[in-house]
Design a protein around this ligand. Sequence first.
Ligand code: ZN
Length: 498
Amino acid sequence: MVGSASGQQTASLVWRGETFPIAVSRGDFSVGDVARSLGLTVSRDTTTGTLTIATKTGRQLLAGPGTVQVPVEQKAVEVSKPVRSVAGVLYAPADFFEKALFPLAGVTGAWDPAARVWAIATAGRPAVQPGAPVTVDVAVVHVDPTTQVVLRESTTARFEPRLVESGLQIHWTDRKVVPPFAERRFEDPLVAAVRFEGDTATVVFRDPKLTAHAYPLTDPDRIVVEVARVVESPPIEPAAPPPPPVPALTIVIDPGHGGAETGAVGPDGLQEKDVTLQIARRLAAAIPRVISSRVVLTRDSDSAISLDDRTSLANHERAGLFLSLHANSSRAVGAHGSETYYLSLDTSDRVSQDIARRENVAPAAAPGSPEANPDLDFILWDLAQSAHITESSRLAEAIQTQLNVVSRTDNRGIKQAPFRVLAGATMPAVLVEVGFISHPEEEKQLRSATFQESVAVAIAKAVGEFFTRRQLATTPAVGLAVTPPPAPSPGATPSPVR
Ligand SMILES: [Zn+2]
């Protein structure tokens, strides 16, 4: 819909199968329109222009021109920008409704900017109001060896998945579907297109020899369709000679930054990308001395590589561990010591958030890779690592304990932060900030072969402990066979269908 010259537009609110028009002004919604649609009582103080909005049980909130702290019952709820009065009508930003008005009414609402619809559901109860549509958004991400298609929904909805010749169909059974498009093609190795017809979406396979399964996730509501290659069982042949023993465990070490992207630079000019590569090489040599394994580096030269490609490589190699190496920097004078991080979308503190933001600046995806909604992407990635958070935290703890000995500093602790490079990893994954390159003394240390070697040995020791402890906890164990490690070889075979 196109706005008129005055900036007036309209939107709709859909609740219990009925559609209500809502006046819109410069992206804000008419408070009175929304409140009345939800069956709330609206009364206006003619002198101040303040609206009192009340439920049938007498719970109320007040909204007047300029309100930022919205009085709701006994509390004040802060919204992102003030309520505005335009020609006597009050308009409020989306979060006014999400934080204040919808909770008062006992509903939840999702705004779909493409369809210009507020989809309302009764809070705390699965919305099974026939007729209320579900707005669907699509993202396609390939995390080798599978492709995940995420159908994000404006509200929970029942669906039935069905494998057909051309792909996997999702049929919504209790709601009409508001699709984002009729059909979109994707440059993806497994998924050719996503198509909507009626209340059915088809994830179209690029090749008939693919399979898929679907599962729902909440918060936000979404359906994940995972597309994979079918692994054909090999024909049973008698007594082929056994292949040479290969360590079952692959460890991927990721030297942070590279190429034009130097990372942090020390006061004496030492570049993070060089330190991380030097320590990574030492670590690659140290780990097989502690535990039988094949070690692969995401880069073994001064080359640029995207964050997502680093994790993709680890996934492709079916690594049992992913270690990303970095050097810290801080404007705070005297900040020193090492820190080990594992993934979280929340951060333990402000500083961790800042570090994650700094480390996330590298290009996330390779140029030309399929575009996807970055927020949705992160949710999807998070899903990959979320299965391994507990193990990642154990690994982080083991590494940090060893590093505290090396750097003889106070425990800076293990921390959680939303590092993009960890998010897509389908194995335990941590990011180590080996020291502060911004600290003149530590910069000197980071440059020295002795210190680099002791950091590498400490991390290797922690990796050994991590797997030993895991072997004690579970059987069969991974990678503890005592066999000499062969040289890293590219080209892992696709994983079996999960
Ligand atoms: Zn870094």
